[in-house]
Write a protein that binds this ligand. Structure first.
Ligand code: FAD
Length: 282
């Protein structure tokens, strides 16, 4: 279908984008366009004004910080997946950016767009939640930093205010931690039926700390808190018992890909696999 008519402005800075967003109640930012444009074509989104930030090159960067990395919101998935520094500092995130869609999608889709879109089935938000990332946001009254745990509100709803731009993502490096991402889908290009991101710290063969993010198990990406608690002190033999807690606190939907019950069972299997593979047990 053809999108409903809209006005178009290209922002030449973040400040300009914030200003343009303030000129219309129904304004929307456009980054890579791979989520917004399909919604507009289906007329599920009808912004009156598109504010194009796609060419703001100062938001396209990845740099090391003393604590980890900072990634500009307009960084493309393909660039992040191939970034050697990200692979060293935050290998889970580099890997997850590489499993989004197909190469064509990854060359357009931005990490900021993925986060701001608020789709609970997306891969990067679940990983960023497991990594305790923070989101840097700029609006008319300046900058604020929102922890990932407070950012995702509901399906397609985030803590972003209408006139705010997500500018950067800060990810702490988890030195020595081991990681794994399990994405269960039918075809390579598909979204996850369920996704599981695990970050595990070890102490003498047992788990000292586990952080587990779930994709597509509710209206937002979720932390599997019950698994995280049950995994502390677990050795290889007790990972399956910890993984049994995966569905606690989740509320997955039933859709054409899977029922809610199927997703709950699947989450147990994927959490066990993610913990085992993070610990190097195959
Ligand atoms: P856009 O489409 O430009 O914007 C999305 C939303 O975010 C809009 O509401 C926009 O206003 C807002 N927005 C964008 N940037 C900002 C910003 N900086 N600040 C505030 N708001 C902003 N994703 C997965 O996770 N896994 C997959 O397997 C996957 N497969 C896909 C397959 C296909 C065929 C397609 C088309 C998409 C797929 N995606 C998948 C989604 C893809 O990753 C998203 O398009 C992308 O994450 C959104 O980024 P974008 O730059 O395209 O955002």
């Amino acid at each position: 279908m053809i999108p409903a008519a809209f006005d178009y402005e290209r922002a030449d800075s973040v400040e300009h984008a914030v200003e343009l967003l303030g000129t219309h109640e129904e304004a929307k930012l456009l980054a890579g366009g791979h989520s917004l444009l399909p919604l507009m074509r289906l007329r599920l989104a009808r912004p009156a004004l598109i504010v194009d930030i796609d060419r703001l090159s100062d938001l396209d960067y990845m740099r090391e910080t003393p604590d980890g990395v900072e990634i500009g919101a307009l960084s493309r998935m393909a660039a992040l997946a191939a970034d050697p520094t990200l692979a060293l500092r935050c290998p889970l995130l580099a890997h997850v950016c590489g499993v989004v869609g197909d190469p064509q999608v990854r060359h357009r889709a931005t990490i900021g767009g993925s986060v701001a879109h608020g789709d609970p089935a997306s891969d990067p938000p679940a990983a960023l939640l497991a990594m305790d990332a923070e989101f840097v946001v700029r609006g008319p009254s300046g900058e604020r930093v929102v922890p990932a745990s407070e950012f995702f509100i509901s399906v397609f709803e985030t803590a972003l205010h209408p006139q705010e731009v997500l500018t950067a993502i800060r990810v702490p490096a988890a030195a020595g931690a081991r990681w794994n991402y399990q994405k269960f889908h039918r075809r390579a290009i598909d979204w996850a039926i369920v996704g599981v991101a695990a970050v595990v710290e070890r102490d003498d063969g047992t788990i000292a700390r586990a952080r587990v993010g779930l994709a597509n198990m509710g209206s937002t990406p979720l932390r599997a808190s019950a698994v995280e608690q049950a995994a502390v002190g677990a050795d290889a033999g007790r990972l399956a018992a910890a993984a049994e807690h995966a569905p606690e606190g989740t509320s997955p939907v039933s859709d054409t890909n899977a029922s809610a019950e199927y997703r709950m069972e699947l989450s147990k299997v994927l959490v066990r696999r993610a913990l085992e593979q993070a610990l190097g047990i195959t």
